[in-house]
Design a protein around this ligand. Structure first.
Ligand SMILES: [Fe+2]
Length: 267
């Protein structure tokens, strides 16, 4: 069967059909996948039955350098680059909000890949298109944001982990970053507790602006909502999308494997 890439919305996401990720991927096919990934930002591969940790790791290495990336779950024995994501109580689910992964680090990861092993009723994941969020701003707003930088703090994660809130990881990044592969501009914001302040502005000045940009990014015509099935593999570009893990599954089991690839300094 030949590979097909089918858009899932008018804004973001595509389904890749006719590919078995457990089999070797030749350079031509990879090039096609890579093009589709840069264009659609989220790729969904359904029906990847028995996608084991070793398969995930091998597929991940095509895309970059997998890093030990997790505060969200446990490493699998023998696979330090793979996180075993299991359910967390809703009260502490810091991922149930739109966010970029690790913007409070100097070099946030570039790509993550999830493989679904156990799926509840619910537990969807959403991704929004941050190229489009930038493009939809007025020319005057785009001009105003040029050169501004935001201080990100790992407050939500720190709280979830019970960390000392006075010594949380922080980083400062451009509020408009340029994707290193596509050259397109991206709106780089985040949850109000994470994207705390614009450098050089007072809290009173920066808060309404950051809140506006966050709400502006997540309108329903700017995201894809994925309803998980066992055997799904989904990858996303953490340089140009935010995501949101919906926690509506109570005590049901939800198990995913995750790998994360090293990124670049946002510029
Ligand atoms: Fe996340």
């Amino acid at each position: 069967m030949s590979m097909k890439v089918i858009p899932l919305t008018g804004s973001i996401g595509a389904s890749v059909q006719g590919i078995d990720l457990k089999r070797p991927i030749d350079p031509t096919t990879f090039e096609e996948l890579h093009r589709a990934f840069l264009k659609h930002q989220v790729l969904v591969y359904r029906g990847q039955d028995l996608f084991e940790p070793k398969d995930l790791l091998e597929f991940s290495k095509l895309w970059g350098k997998p890093v030990a990336a997790s505060s969200l779950g446990n490493y699998l024995p023998g696979f330090p680059e793979i996180t075993h994501i299991t359910k967390v109580p809703k009260e502490t689910a810091s991922t149930e909000a739109w966010h970029y992964d690790s913007p409070y680090t100097p070099i946030p990861p570039k790509i993550s890949i999830l493989s679904a092993l156990t799926v509840p009723n619910g537990g969807d994941t959403m991704w929004c298109n941050q190229y489009q969020s930038y493009d939809r701003l007025s020319p005057a707003m785009r001009k105003m944001l040029e050169g501004l930088r935001v201080k990100f703090v790992a407050l939500r994660l720190g709280r979830m982990m019970g960390a000392d809130l006075n010594s949380l990881p922080t980083a400062v990044h451009p509020i408009v970053r340029t994707h290193p592969e596509t050259g397109k501009k991206v709106l780089y914001v985040g949850h109000p507790e994470t994207a705390q302040q614009i450098e050089g502005m007072t809290k009173e000045e920066s808060r309404p602006l950051l809140d506006f940009l966050y709400a502006h990014s997540t309108s329903p015509d700017n995201f894809y909502r994925h309803m998980w099935q066992v055997g799904d593999v989904v990858m996303w570009d953490n340089r140009c999308t935010m995501h949101y893990a919906v926690h509506d599954y109570g005590e049901q089991e939800r198990v995913l494997l995750r790998s994360t690839m090293e990124g670049e300094v946002p510029a």
